[in-house]
Write a protein that binds this ligand. Structure first.
Ligand SMILES: Cc1cc2nc3c(=O)[nH]c(=O)nc-3n(C[C@H](O)[C@H](O)[C@H](O)COP(=O)(O)OP(=O)(O)OC[C@H]3O[C@@H](n4cnc5c(N)ncnc54)[C@H](O)[C@@H]3O)c2cc1C
Length: 419
């Protein structure tokens, strides 16, 4: 599905549909804190530079987010224009503004003079980048330590380029570098507390979630079984992966659907097996529609018992299930509906979720995330803050950037108090 890029005339028409609600419900639902009504007003008055500056100031990854934000579940859901036919296409307008910024030469960011404190950021994904940009804008001297050889986190490592072009993310990272943020690539941090003793006044941890959850069925280690994130990373690198003619994907989130679409794009017949119903899939409806449109098939209420084959995958054994009504306080149980059956396939892609690789010895939640104060993002250790997926579980890029920015404001306050 090609991404829609407005012409100036289309953008003006769409902006003119905005009702300019006094309570701006769209703004309340943006996890990055973007006031859509305010930047749309600037489009109406042809002030595209002003609109771009406004967007960048609260979301330094505004262009990337305009490609991948699930607006139907966020700002678009609350848009009052829905009552008059359809909501304003806020992401298309945001993309139009940021496209203007890229095309017209970069709006020069104000470079940090580094007069503030030295702060370390661990992880160069959306949360780390949002934090680094805001700290630099507040004149702190920021170093981002990134395990990988480049910045962008999941946006560059896994989200397919047909959904988010690499050059869009690269432009935004250049913008952040121009703010004066320093990057130390190929540097995995295993002890953030040590950075404090190395003369950093504070540390922000934003290492995301990339450790696949353990799967319980037999044959999960057989050749031809792939972890979805490994497959997505390989596709981003342009590496060839042999999926055969038929691929089965297990899971129902965005990662499952991105992996399914990658398999489809290399010519596979693809079947997605999800344990619950379509309406319970965690993937956003836009992604589910795109998968259907590309000819990907689904079996719902299907649980995999094992992978069959020997030297190579030959199929999966599964059962259909019927979920019982939810009882508060009890795990959601199911009954098996019929006999076990087999589905023949050449490869199996596991996308059943991921968790944190490490919580760095900090106090963590029962699900393994780093425990933080929800307003200051402070962890149990003074001077160490955390945000994005590693602290709040899997979410959106916009939420991660928003966390990073809010954490930077709290870190700014913290280091000022240190004097
Ligand atoms: C396949 C897929 C599709 C998605 N689709 C969407 C979508 O359509 N829309 C949307 O809004 N969101 C989507 N998301 C979710 C979104 O990408 C994440 O919510 C977001 O990237 C989280 O940002 P983060 O900064 O917390 O973590 P990440 O993006 O995971 O970044 C963490 C960074 O930390 C680095 N790192 C890890 N450990 C260390 C260490 N010890 N030392 C140094 N660096 C380290 C990693 O290399 C990485 O660069 C998707 C995610 C995936 C996996």
């Amino acid at each position: 599905m090609p991404v829609e890029l407005y012409t100036p005339v289309q953008a003006k028409f769409e902006a003119s549909r905005c009702l300019m609600c006094s309570n701006a419900p769209c703004a309340c639902d943006c996890p990055a804190g973007v006031d859509a009504r305010a930047f749309i007003r600037k489009i109406r008055f042809d002030n595209l530079d002003g609109a771009a500056r406004m967007l960048r100031s609260c979301n330094v990854l505004a262009d990337s987010c305009s490609y991948i934000c699930p607006t139907g579940a966020l700002c678009g859901k609350e848009c009052s224009a829905e009552g008059l036919g359809r909501p304003i296409d806020i992401s298309a307008l945001q993309r139009f503004v940021m496209e203007h910024e890229r095309g017209s030469g970069m709006i020069e960011p104000l470079r940090s003079n580094g007069s503030g404190a030295r702060v370390a950021v661990v992880g160069a994904g959306p949360a780390g980048l949002g934090c680094a940009a805001e700290l630099a804008a507040r004149n702190h001297s920021v170093t981002v330590f990134e395990r990988d050889a480049y910045a962008g986190g999941m946006l560059k490592q896994c989200i397919p380029s047909f959904r988010l072009p690499d050059e869009v993310v690269d432009f935004e990272i250049e913008f952040i570098k121009k703010l004066g943020v320093e990057f130390s690539f190929n540097t995995a941090v295993d002890d953030p507390a040590r950075l404090i003793s190395e003369d950093f006044k504070a540390v922000f941890i934003a290492t995301g979630l990339d450790k696949p959850r353990d799967v319980e069925f037999v044959g999960a280690a057989m050749p031809g079984v792939y972890q979805a994130l490994d497959l997505l990373r390989a596709a981003k690198r342009g590496d060839a992966v042999d999926l055969g003619k038929r691929a089965v994907v297990i899971g129902g989130g965005d990662t499952a659907l991105d992996a399914a679409r990658i398999a489809r794009h290399v010519g596979c017949e693809v079947l997605v097996l999800y344990r619950r119903t379509q309406s319970e899939m965690p993937a956003y409806p836009e992604e589910i529609d795109a998968a259907w449109d590309e000819g990907i098939e689904f079996y719902f209420r299907t649980i995999v018992h094992g992978v069959t084959g020997g030297d190579r995958v030959q199929g999966v054994r599964c059962v259909r299930v019927r979920w019982r009504d939810k009882v508060p306080g009890l795990p959601h149980g199911y009954d098996v509906d019929g006999q076990e059956f087999q589905i023949g396939c050449d490869s199996v892609i596991i996308a059943t979720g991921q968790g944190p690789a490490s919580s760095f010895g900090l106090r963590s939640t029962p699900s393994g995330m780093i425990a933080v104060d929800k307003s200051s993002f402070a962890t149990s250790t003074p001077g160490i803050f955390a945000g994005g997926d590693i602290a709040f579980g899997g979410g959106t890029a916009a939420r991660a950037v928003g966390h990073g920015r809010l954490a930077a404001i709290a870190i700014d306050e913290y280091v000022r108090k240190l004097g």
